[in-house]
Design a protein around this ligand. Structure first.
Ligand code: Z5A
Length: 218
């Protein structure tokens, strides 16, 4: 059986939409850059030209309903490309990689929320991905609160919700429960932060967790 290899310099950010992942990612990146580290910031689905094209297919709200297996396999197709083309080479040259979402999102969205078989997801993770992050920050926030934030942001920017963002609140409640269950299963890797607090408190908590983690892996 293939075993997942934990990558100490692979840091991932997880949480529901509007949890503040993009905001916190910039703070983690700046802290590492200030210490002279090479940092590669990336996201899923996406991160390479092909994977970004798959992202477009996944998030486009076209008329044809997306079959859950198709959604799951497209997520992993994008991830396979991303891991081989970008993440593994960056880690091999000693860079830190910060990824906005990774395999835990597949467990939460496709597994917990869509009801896909978790054993199948784990098999894909072992065979297709092969690596796991050393540090995962879960930004946990109440679903209604996160909705308020994304609505405010979308009003400002004129962005239109994508296919997954159009799901109902019940779906996002299952996503949230799925992430918390993953955190409970992997307590050494997951760092859960209350993302409902103000930005400076969330950022401060995230930076403190990263600093403690780095002392442990240095
Ligand atoms: N997906 C999946 O189903 N399976 C998978 O395996 C993977 C992904 C990898 C795209 O991801 C979709 O793909 C996603 C899951 C699915 N769908 N959903 N939902 P994405 O990461 O691109 O999409 P997202 O999670 O919707 O991103 P987001 O809305 O941009 O969320 P965010 O990055 O966490 O939030 P943000 O942009 O940093 O913050 C949102 C707004 O709130 C913004 O105006 C901020 O200024 C504000 N904000 C942030 N933090 C705070 C605090 N603390 N206080 C007040 N205001 C704040």
């Amino acid at each position: 059986m293939m075993v997942l290899q934990t990558q100490p310099r692979l840091l991932t950010l997880e949480g529901g939409e509007g949890a503040g992942k993009s905001t916190v990612l910039r703070a983690l990146r700046d802290a590492l850059l200030a210490d002279g580290c090479e940092v590669v910031c990336t996201r899923e689905p996406g991160g390479t030209p092909l994977a970004e094209r798959i992202r477009g297919l996944l998030l486009d709200a076209g008329d044809e309903p997306v079959e859950p297996h198709a959604e799951l396999l497209l997520m992993f197709a994008a991830r396979a490309q991303h891991v081989r083309e970008l993440i593994v080479p960056a880690l091999a040259r000693g860079a830190w990689v910060i990824c906005d979402r990774f395999t835990d999102s597949s467990y939460a969205y496709q597994g917990a929320a869509r009801g896909m078989d978790v054993g199948f997801i784990a098999e894909l993770e072992r065979r297709v991905v092969g690596i796991a992050p050393g540090f995962t920050l879960l930004l946990d926030i109440d679903v209604a609160h996160a909705r308020e934030r994304t609505r405010g942001r979308d009003l400002l920017t004129g962005a239109i919700p994508d296919r997954i963002e159009r799901e109902r609140d019940e779906f996002f409640e299952r996503v949230r429960a799925g992430f918390l269950a993953r955190a409970a299963q992997h307590p050494a890797r997951f760092h859960v932060v209350d993302a409902g607090a103000d930005i400076s408190a969330v950022t401060e908590a995230a930076l403190a967790r990263l600093a403690a983690y780095r002392r442990g892996v240095a």
